[in-house]
Design a protein around this ligand. Structure first.
Ligand SMILES: N[C@@H](CCC(=O)N[C@@H](CS)C(=O)NCC(=O)O)C(=O)O
Length: 238
């Protein structure tokens, strides 16, 4: 039975980290987001209630009897099964640690446009968003950027990968974050990449991976938009 991905129909969101791993591994999956809004929403509802292991929020991956929630947890599962993480315990934990740090960064990106409440419109928290985004650009993004650059630099197998000598789901996820930052904060992202060319090299290396390149060019890749985590509000960049 192929994997089933449960996620919102119109945004990349956190579902995209799972899609990139599945696409890179060349694994068959059913994407309920592709069946139209009604199917996507009904599928998400099932993950929250009518299953033995209900999840709090999508993405959720079904693998037979397993209903796996939390993006990093899904990737931990896929990494072991599909060679997207080292086989050693230390390597698996390190890859998971990097993914959890990426998850923290993703939440901070979300909070630049929704610093007060997810349930309020952007326009209702625009002033706070402007303050929050300035701090993100000036302090948080440089700190995260320097961190991932340091991880690349310290990798004893070479600075093309975050972990070891092979592509892991952490590389795929960092690619996704860099792509999103380029969309949402073109000026701030350019500064970060100019300071840390290893990040650009990783982004470009992943984008050129044949299966990823094919996926990005396909209609399976939902474009970045103003409903997702990475949104372009010019007043938040600079
Ligand atoms: N820590 C969770 C966060 C999941 C999450 O926030 N999902 C969003 C979409 S990207 C959602 O639908 N949240 C609904 C909610 O929090 O009520 C993960 O990484 O998967």
């Amino acid at each position: 039975m192929p994997y089933e991905l449960h996620y919102w129909p119109s945004i990349q969101g956190r579902g995209e980290f799972v899609r990139l791993a599945l696409e890179y591994a060349g694994v068959a999956y059913v994407d309920h987001a592709r069946g139209g809004e009604a199917e996507a929403l009904a599928a998400i509802e099932r993950t929250e209630g009518a299953v033995p292991m209900p999840s709090f929020a999508p993405p959720v991956l079904r693998a037979g009897d397993l209903w796996i929630g939390q993006t990093a947890n899904i990737l931990l599962f896929l990494g072991v099964r599909h060679g997207l993480a080292p086989a050693t315990e230390g390597g698996r934990l390190w890859t998971n640690q990097l993914q959890l740090t990426i998850a923290d960064l993703v939440t901070e990106v979300h909070d630049t446009h929704h610093p007060i409440a997810s349930g309020l419109y952007y326009e209702e928290q625009r002033d706070e968003a402007i303050r929050r985004a300035a701090d993100f650009r000036d302090r948080r993004l440089p700190k995260f950027g320097a961190y991932f650059d340091r991880v690349l630099a310290r990798n004893t197998a070479g600075d093309r990968h975050l972990v070891g000598a092979d592509t892991t789901y952490a590389d795929l996820s960092l690619f996704q974050v860099l792509s999103g930052l380029r969309y949402a904060f073109p000026q701030a992202a350019a500064r970060t990449e100019a300071s840390h060319p290893r990040l650009t090299a990783l982004h470009d290396r992943i984008a050129a991976e044949p299966r990823i390149a094919a996926y990005l060019a396909s209609d399976r890749r939902i474009p970045f938009n103003q409903d997702g985590i990475f949104r372009r509000y010019p007043e938040l960049d600079g």
